[in-house]
Design a protein around this ligand. Structure first.
Ligand code: FAD
Ligand code: DHB
Length: 392
């Protein structure tokens, strides 16, 4: 089998790349280890930046997102017994976020690729990249896919990054001493907007998926198990951490899904080795507090699409050569923002009284200074994309 771009992984990065390349007349094949049902049901992120919403709309896969997604024009930071709204409409006019589940984006992209005749192979065993410096190819289950370039969109635990020889990549990493327990509950949201709550018991986040479905997260110990968290304990802890302002009451309902996520910051540089290009979680991870993981994956594949379109239109590798540096500028900004939001809002066992005072003082600053609130808002809704194309 032969294609122009061999894509490993049918997460948001791989699927969107395949779709955007198709719109530019570039052929690809997506190889996914899991089943279609599995990738369509996997509950993960929910916040789409303005730029992510724009690219889904402009590329013709935004119809259901426009109908069912929830535009939000602010978030609340809750701490010290009070809530403080960060108003996007005033601080970053014209920019907002849309709450729409990652698995809905994945469903929309799969449906569109298949309707357009795209090739996505699910349940593919033993994918391995080869010959990365020239004439690259992928092997899987006794078959071979030859391609011009390989896009490693196979997430943090994929095979593409580990196929790069030792010593090539510089790794930057930080692990956090806590995890997130996430739940979906069949209950209307308890507030109209997202609430990021810092309490002495740990962080909690109130989010949602629809007028009928709420999404919540709790900071939990890094070695927590779902068995430690029966429903009553989850609701009691959510109440303790969120019902901290007068008049706010959490509405409870049946929990329909639960998950645990490790909290990690990670960057592998460069995001390229020969003809292998890494995109999304395959190259970098952020803790989810800034809601940046999925949005970074989308930004990477936009840059990669432009670079590949430029290659096929002109024969020039200029933009591909700039791919890693172009992406890493945005990646490191998001790394800092995600680390900052995480340290601002979580409790750390190692924190002393001085550390807690610093945290509250900084929260006071962010919620009282127009400049500091604008910094939060413009990072949260997403900075504009640098395509890597030379500026005039
Ligand atoms: P992925 O979505 O990981 O997709 C990679 C794909 O590659 C998967 O379908 C995988 O099955 C496939 N694959 C892996 N190995 C192979 C192989 N060997 N061969 C073939 N295919 C392979 N971000 C937020 O902003 N907010 C959140 O709440 C949030 N929650 C998260 C919860 C969890 C449990 C995880 C893991 C991540 C979460 N994230 C969150 C991050 C966000 O979901 C990711 O940044 C996003 O999924 C990245 O997309 P991706 O396409 O790069 O990688
Ligand atoms: C959601 C996830 C996040 O990581 C976040 O910061 C905000 C919302 C969510 O899944 O709804």
């Amino acid at each position: 089998m032969r294609t122009q771009v061999g894509i490993v992984g049918a997460g948001p990065a791989g699927l969107l790349l395949s779709h955007l390349l198709h719109l530019r007349g570039i052929d690809s094949v997506v190889l996914e280890a899991r089943s279609r049902e599995y990738v369509e049901q996997r509950v993960r992120a929910g916040v789409l930046e303005q730029g992510t919403v724009d690219v889904l709309n402009e590329s013709g896969v935004g119809e259901r997102m426009r109908a069912e997604g929830l535009p939000h024009h602010g978030i609340e930071l809750r701490y010290g017994g009070a809530g403080h709204r960060i108003p996007f409409e005033r601080l970053v006019p014209g920019r907002a976020i849309t709450v729409y589940g990652q698995q809905e984006v994945v469903k929309d992209l799969i449906a569109r690729r298949l309707a357009d005749g795209g090739k996505i192979l699910f349940d593919v065993p033993d994918v391995a990249p080869h010959s990365l410096q020239a004439d690259p190819y992928l092997t899987f289950g006794g078959e071979r896919l030859d391609c011009d370039v390989i896009a490693g969109c196979d997430g943090f635990h994929g095979v593409c990054r580990p196929s790069i020889p030792d010593g090539v990549l510089s790794i930057f990493q930080r692990d956090y001493p806590f995890a997130w327990l996430g739940i979906l509950a069949r209950v209307p949201p308890s507030a109209e907007e997202l609430i990021y709550s810092r309490s002495d018991r740990g962080f909690a986040l109130h989010s949602m998926r629809s007028p009928e479905i709420s999404r919540f997260y709790l900071q939990v110990p890094p070695d927590a198990s779902l068995d430690d968290w029966p429903d009553e304990r989850i609701w009691a802890e959510l109440r303790a951490r969120l019902e901290t302002v007068p008049g706010f009451a959490l509405t409870e309902g049946p929990i329909i899904s639960r998950d645990l996520s490790a909290m990690r910051s990670f960057v592998a540089e460069p995001m390229r080795y020969g003809r292998l290009y890494l995109a999304g979680d395959a190259a970098h991870i952020v803790p989810p507090t800034g809601a940046k993981g999925l949005n970074l994956a989308v930004a990477d594949v936009r840059v990669l699409t432009e670079a590949l379109a430029h290659l096929y239109a002109t024969g020039s590798t200029d933009l591909l050569d700039a791919y890693s540096a172009t992406c890493l500028k945005r990646v490191w900004r998001a790394q800092h923002f995600s680390w900052w939001m995480t340290t601002l809002l979580h409790t750390f066992d190692t924190d002393d009284a001085y550390g807690r005072r610093l945290q509250t003082s900084h929260l006071d600053y962010v919620t009282s200074s127009e400049a500091a609130a604008t910094t939060l808002a413009e990072n949260y809704v997403g900075l504009p994309l640098d395509s890597g194309a030379p500026r005039d």
